[in-house]
Ligand binder design. Structure first.
Ligand code: COA
Length: 260
């Protein structure tokens, strides 16, 4: 599919999905959310995609939020739909994506932008990045999972403060808050993130998918994560990757996982 608001680039199995609306600081309008969904759906089926890096064009913004101009005159029902549709199409879709998704936060990640980064499996930021959930300054609350994922990552008190003050934190504070795993120079962000991706790709991607399901189970209502772990652990024993991984170890050679 041809995209207007995003760019994609596959570099040896690492797919960069780049949000590309620099004039609007990469704000997420409806079309961009749709295109992101499409790009992820294609990446899911594409065997040449092993890991996804999600980032924004330029050095100023990852994503400066949902596109405010699009929802300024929405009714309560339209607001509810915007949130439900966005969560299903993009934010939950990314969080539950079967391949690793790393957000490379290259500048402002505000509102829906931070929510998108938080939906990724983990985050790396450039040292000029600024993060926040400013929705209450607009008279609304975060609607793309922010009230749930921010406290999961930074703790309830810090999430309360960030949402109530609508303020921004810088990359180093985000690191201290466990909101991002690493901070690096802007010009090194992609290379640094790709290095992590390459490290991931040495392992069994089939096992990694199972680990994503088990880890996410902890955050699902009514699901016992330990039970999911037992089941996924058991299923691993039936995979070719397990056979290869254990036999490679026992024969002192590098594993070549058939599922990768
Ligand atoms: N939705 C729609 N347009 C946005 C946007 C958003 N979330 N964020 C930025 N833009 C647009 C601006 O309207 C401006 O467009 P224009 O040139 O046509 O006027 C352009 O992007 C550049 O932004 P600008 O505000 O001029 O840049 P800045 O450097 O002065 O400020 C920010 C940067 C990020 C502080 C500021 O853009 C901002 O506060 N954005 C909104 C953040 C927000 O509240 N997001 C949560 C939405 S729920």
């Amino acid at each position: 599919m041809e995209f207007e608001n995003i760019l994609t680039e596959n570099n040896d199995g690492i797919l960069q999905i780049i949000i590309n609306r620099p004039k609007k600081l990469n704000a997420l309008n409806r079309d961009t959310i749709e295109e992101l969904h499409q790009a992820f759906a294609e990446a899911k089926e594409d065997r040449e995609v092993k890991v996804v890096i999600l980032t924004g064009t330029g050095e100023k913004a990852f994503v400066a939020g949902a596109d405010i101009s699009e929802f300024a005159d929405f009714s309560t029902e339209e607001g509810r739909e915007l949130s439900a549709e966005g969560q299903a199409k993009l934010f939950d879709y990314v969080a539950n994506f079967p391949k690793p998704v790393i957000a490379a936060v290259n500048g402002f990640a505000l509102g829906g932008g931070l929510e998108l980064a938080m939906a990724a499996h983990f985050r790396v930021a450039s040292d000029n990045a600024k993060m926040g959930l400013p929705e209450t300054s607009l008279g609304v609350i975060p609607g793309y999972g922010g009230t749930q994922r921010l406290p999961q990552l930074v703790g309830k008190g810090r999430a309360m403060e960030m949402i109530m003050t609508a303020g921004m934190i810088d990359a180093n504070q985000a690191l201290q808050y466990n909101l991002v795993n690493h901070v690096c120079e802007p010009e090194e962000l992609i290379e640094f993130t790709e290095k992590i991706a390459r490290k991931i790709m040495k392992n069994s991607l089939v096992a990694i998918s199972a680990a994503i399901r088990a880890i996410n189970a902890n955050y699902e209502d009514g699901v016992n994560g330990f039970e999911v772990e037992i089941s996924e652990f058991g299923s691993s024993f039936g995979t070719e990757d397990f056979e290869e991984g254990t036999s490679a170890f026992l024969n002192k050679r590098k594993a070549d996982f058939p599922g990768n």
